[in-house]
Design a protein around this ligand. Structure first.
Ligand SMILES: [Ca+2]
Length: 326
């Protein structure tokens, strides 16, 4: 009788293990919407995303103007990572303009990208969501021009997608200070209101309360500088250019890595390093994200349980060398 019991328990444990493995290997389809090329943290977030095998990146779109410049940075990063299977869509807000990573792409031609380039990134986003067999996760790490335009054209995409964003300032502001209008919201509050009140299957955000506290310094940053991984070296070269340093050796710490936290939140399951509150949020005309009973209820990452653990995780994932450049 005892033996039967033991075998039964063992079988149940094995079944549970198998189920966990299945969950672990089933990739999460992702659309990554970014204003890469302004602050450098988008480049960190994209590198982290590409190195995370649990994600299957279906499309990367630009937002907030400078579409060609941003697309060139994405194309060159994907090429360096051996991931030209990922299509790029040019998003809303205009084509012209450059930023601090321009020296890295000034001689690069978008036409040389071996992968697919969609001139209408909004259309590509809608099609990627509507044709995905599994619900899409949209990671949004910039102002919301492109996603608002997608909702204007096809509001039904919300029924087939989860939204994960780096937006807002809810209980605290930058560096733990008072609540303030956060850049991705205040640059286009109307677009932010549209996207953050839409009927997505789920809405999860990291406001400044949590994402505004992430920097890599000391032994963690030195580990990155010592890494021979091509993705890390490409990342640090971009950071050097953006920070206007002559050599990578002059870099001592990262800037604040806001956008990386949205990638962490796109994982399935409990995400044990961070604490969530379910809060109703409204977007004001002057770019505040306020708790208000009339607001849209969403999962808000308002506090870290283990910020050191997150910073260690980030360094570990960035420096791990896996197949296909991930
Ligand atoms: Ca960004």
């Amino acid at each position: 009788m005892l033996a039967v019991l033991v075998v039964g328990v063992a079988l149940r444990c094995l079944a549970a293990e198998g189920k966990r493995d299945l969950v672990a290997v089933r990739p999460i389809p992702i659309i990554f919407d970014t204003d890469i090329g302004d602050d450098i943290d988008d480049t960190w977030a994209l590198t982290y995303l590409l190195k995370s095998p649990q994600f299957e990146v279906k499309l990367i779109t630009t937002t907030c103007g400078k579409a060609e410049y941003r697309a060139k940075i994405i194309a060159k990063l994907l090429t360096a990572a051996g991931r030209t299977d990922v299509p790029i869509g040019l998003g809303e807000g205009g084509r012209e303009g450059v930023g601090g990573q321009q020296p890295w792409v000034q001689d690069y031609k978008l036409a040389d990208y071996p992968g697919k380039i969609y001139q209408d990134g909004v259309k590509a986003m809608i099609e990627a969501i509507n044709t995905s067999p599994k619900p899409m996760t949209v990671i949004s790490i910039g102002p919301l021009h492109t996603l608002a335009a997608a909702l204007d054209r096809d509001p039904e995409i919300t029924t087939r997608a989860m939204f994960v964003g780096m937006q807002g300032s809810v209980r605290k502001g930058y560096g733990g200070g008072p609540v303030s209008p956060e850049y991705n919201v205040k640059i286009n509050p109307a677009a932010a209101r549209k996207v953050l009140s839409a009927a997505w299957r789920q809405i999860t955000i990291t406001p400044l309360d949590t994402c505004g506290r992430v920097t890599l310094s000391g032994r963690r940053f030195e580990t990155l500088k010592r890494s021979r991984d091509r993705g890390v070296q490409t990342l640090l070269e971009n950071y050097r250019i953006w920070a206007k340093k002559a050599t990578v050796g002059e870099l001592r710490a990262s800037s604040v890595l806001f956008d990386t936290v949205a990638v962490y939140l796109a994982n399935r399951g409990p995400r044990p390093l961070i604490a969530f509150e379910s809060l109703p949020i409204v977007v004001s005309d002057d770019g505040f994200t306020r708790i208000d009973p009339k607001g849209k209820r969403m999962a808000v990452a308002t506090a870290w349980k283990d910020l050191d653990g997150y910073e260690d995780l980030l360094v570990r994932v960035l420096t791990e060398q896996k197949g296909k450049g991930r």
